[in-house]
Ligand binder design. Structure first.
Ligand SMILES: Nc1ncnc2c1ncn2[C@@H]1O[C@H](COP(=O)(O)OP(=O)(O)O)[C@@H](O)[C@H]1O
Ligand code: SF4
Ligand SMILES: [Mg+2]
Length: 322
């Protein structure tokens, strides 16, 4: 029996109107995330990861498609229902510095969602302070920082505020948008461990966005690889690392340094131009950089198909080249 899905996204599109035409930032993306699991979303900068995360939360209004949360399409929700849904769905940003108000102390920042949502009334100051201190303990932020300002803290501690703020309302689903990409490598591991512990203890479901595949190797259950707004490969994390099938995923994986010098890995250097996401022509969007590209790769879109059980790829030559 499969696990129950918390989130189901169907044929989601987000186009931006630009002077040059329609920019297809997210183009017909479908996936689901089971309760308590993590979907890793990977791909190069500009491939649409953040737009997808924001469209799922309706921070960008999707152009079309469906976002089912607990089986209900939230794109049909009105204002009041969306406000209530904020308790369940949250976002952790790459750089909390830009999302934190520089004039707010740690305690004010963590308290903000709790007061906006009316969890605590004005006169319940003491209870609110207690909750803020509990949240600081939960994310490993020492109490001595309670009245500090963001600029007085290092990146790791700032990200702990971002996490505390996202968790304050006890959500069930969190979009984590490159939450460790701005941090030193040593601090990255601490924050990733914290996020894993919190997931286990609070039963959280994550959509974890990163340009760095190695970050999600130990964290994700499933991985979705994006290229220019579309999904090119989608499967279990173990399948992806053991046997990547799409030429683009192979190139991404080959760029990860291998710690064991006895393991030989041919590095695939991607050449050629990334094509434009503005009014893209039909055909494989990776064709301009793909060493296996042939005539047949152009002209019509390449659908995501189940190449092996549970392993989906969008490449018409996948059988020949693997
Ligand atoms: N508000 C916006 N208006 C117009 N284009 C945007 C906007 N936000 C993102 N884009 C474009 O959408 C594409 C995907 O961007 P983004 O989702 O930020 O990618 P990623 O997070 O993978 O780096 C890019 O081409 C980017 O320039
Ligand atoms: S469809 Fe063609 S261009 Fe696209 S990844 Fe496969 S071989 Fe390369
Ligand atoms: Mg991004």
């Amino acid at each position: 029996m499969g696990k129950e899905n918390l989130l189901e996204v169907r044929r989601l599109k987000k186009y931006f109107s630009t002077a040059a035409g329609q920019l297809h930032a997210v183009d017909d993306v479908s996936f689901e995330i089971a309760k308590g699991e993590t979907l890793g979303v990977v791909g190069e900068s500009g491939c649409g990861k953040s737009t997808l995360g924001r469209a799922v939360l309706r921070l960008h209004e999707p152009t079309s498609g469906e976002v089912l949360f607990d089986g209900k399409n939230i794109l049909d929700y009105g204002k009041a229902e969306m406000k209530a849904l904020k308790r369940d769905m949250q976002l952790i940003f790459q750089d909390p510095f830009s999302s934190l108000n520089p004039r707010m102390t740690v305690s004010q920042s963590i308290a903000l969602p709790l007061t906006i949502q009316g969890v605590y009334k004005k006169k319940e100051k003491e209870a609110l302070n207690k909750k803020v201190r509990e949240m600081m303990d939960l994310v490993g932020l020492a109490q001595r920082f309670v009245n500090s300002y963001p600029h007085e803290l290092d990146g790791g501690r700032r990200q702990r505020i971002g996490i505390a703020r996202a968790l304050a309302l006890n959500p069930r689903f969190i979009v984590c948008d490159e939450p460790v990409s701005a941090l030193d490598v040593s601090i990255q591991a601490q924050i990733l461990n914290l996020m894993q512990d919190l997931q286990r203890d609070m039963g959280l479901t994550y959509m974890f966005i990163t340009h760095d595949l190695s970050v999600v190797k130990h964290l994700a259950d499933k991985i979705m690889v994006m290229y220019l707004g579309m999904v090119v490969e989608h499967c279990d994390v173990k399948q992806l690392f053991a046997k990547p099938l799409h030429p683009y995923t192979k190139a991404l994986l080959s760029a990860i340094p291998v710690p064991d010098p006895d393991v030989e890995m041919d590095r695939i250097i991607l050449k050629g131009e990334i094509s434009s996401p503005i009014d893209p022509k039909p055909g494989c969007r990776f064709a301009g950089r793909c060493i296996y590209a042939t005539e047949a790769c152009h002209g019509k879109d390449i659908p995501l198909t189940e190449t092996e059980p549970g392993h989906y790829t969008a490449c018409i030559r996948v059988k020949e080249i693997n």
